[in-house]
Design a binder for this molecule. Structure first.
Ligand code: SF4
Length: 345
């Protein structure tokens, strides 16, 4: 029997709805969630490919790259945690986790005295009034920092609507990019594009080089009575930032330098933070499918994927969105895995 169930796309922080299509209980693909208020029946390629996170799910726990019994891997994790000093154990949280999972990860780290790190695209200090997506469509002066149209196309669609309605669009982005193509002017520096801000503008960014640049964006936007929209690369980075203070790249490197044991929850920190991960004695990944961090982990614990969980997250404009599991699963959730490990400590 063909079944279509609604959920949320986990592939960026825009918060689009997506339909998951199953046939006789097997997930076969996605299609557009026509009535969803954010994306109104469209999903980008990243959204459509998000199904791969489920299709490529790990089947077994691993120790040193060999498949092992799940319980044996959990025992090994608890042995490692018990035999190391808490201050040398660090937990990496992620915007890929739901609000409920972030709360559990924080409780686990705090109650055991572990360090906790959370990296959110180097957006360490978000300030100012946050714009809604409706305000994007109705804006008259839009400043774009980063290739929003390519990386967050369903938000990009709203920027195109604003342009069609007469908005001026200025960007600081590569010349050969989709965002450059729709801009009235591509500026050569951050300062130049920030000069285009006038009263009641809208500043949208998905990339900043440094904390100083972010402070500059925040200051100039607030001074000009304008609004900001920070678009994170992960679905719940904004919700996670409400619970755990985000760290800069430099702070993350300091944390890694101080860690003998690294517990990575639903994240691929190696792809974002340049570091010699071979220096860390034990890396343990909790992930539904393999990634560059799990490839360098001594232990990999499979957890259920986004399709198999209920939960909530906060999208880029600050709206809390709830989702329901769209497929039954016997696999343990991240929360159940953490509880299992905690019972053994
Ligand atoms: S814009 Fe983001 S949330 Fe929307 S479908 Fe694409 S990846 Fe998913």
């Amino acid at each position: 029997m063909l079944e279509i169930k609604h959920t949320l796309c986990p592939s960026c922080s825009v918060g689009c709805g997506i339909n998951v299509v199953s046939y006789n209980g097997e997930v076969v693909g996605t299609n557009s969630y026509k009535r969803h208020p954010i994306n109104e029946g469209k999903n980008c390629l990243n959204g459509r490919n998000s199904i791969d996170m489920y299709k490529n799910k790990l089947k077994n726990a691993k120790i040193s790259n060999s498949d092992v019994d799940f319980e044996k891997a959990i025992d090994e994790v608890s042995n490692i945690l018990k035999s190391n000093e808490p201050e040398k154990i660090s937990v990496i949280c992620s915007g890929n986790n739901s609000i409920e999972e972030v709360n559990k990860i924080k409780e686990f780290a705090d109650s055991n005295g572990y360090n906790i790190g959370f990296y959110a695209d180097n957006f360490v200090n978000i300030a100012g009034d946050v714009a809604s997506y409706d305000e994007v469509e109705n804006a008259s002066n839009i400043i774009l920092i980063g290739d929003i149209l390519y990386e967050n196309p369903l938000l990009g669609r709203k920027i195109v609507h604003a342009k069609d309605n007469g908005a001026n669009v200025y960007s600081f982005v590569e010349n050969a990019s989709v965002t450059a193509n729709i801009s009235n002017e591509v500026c050569g520096s951050l300062d130049d594009v920030l000069d285009k801000i006038e009263d009641s503008s809208l500043v949208i960014y998905n990339h900043v080089e440094s904390s100083d640049d972010l402070d500059k964006i925040n200051d100039i936007t607030v001074k000009n009575n304008s609004k900001l929209l920070a678009v994170f690369s992960k679905c719940n980075s904004k919700g996670t930032a409400n619970i755990i203070t985000p760290s800069s790249k430099e702070e993350m490197v300091d944390l890694l330098n101080n860690s003998d044991v690294l517990l990575v929850f639903r994240d691929d920190i190696k792809s974002e933070i340049d570091f010699d991960y071979g220096k860390i004695k034990n890396i343990i990944s909790f992930t539904p499918c393999s990634n560059s961090t799990s490839d360098v982990s001594q232990i990999v614990i499979p957890i259920s994927s986004w399709l198999e969980n209920d939960g909530s997250f906060v999208n880029a404009m600050g709206l809390t969105q709830e989702f329901k599991a769209v497929i039954d699963s016997d696999d343990l959730s991240e929360i159940e895995v953490i509880e299992k490990i905690q019972d053994k400590l």
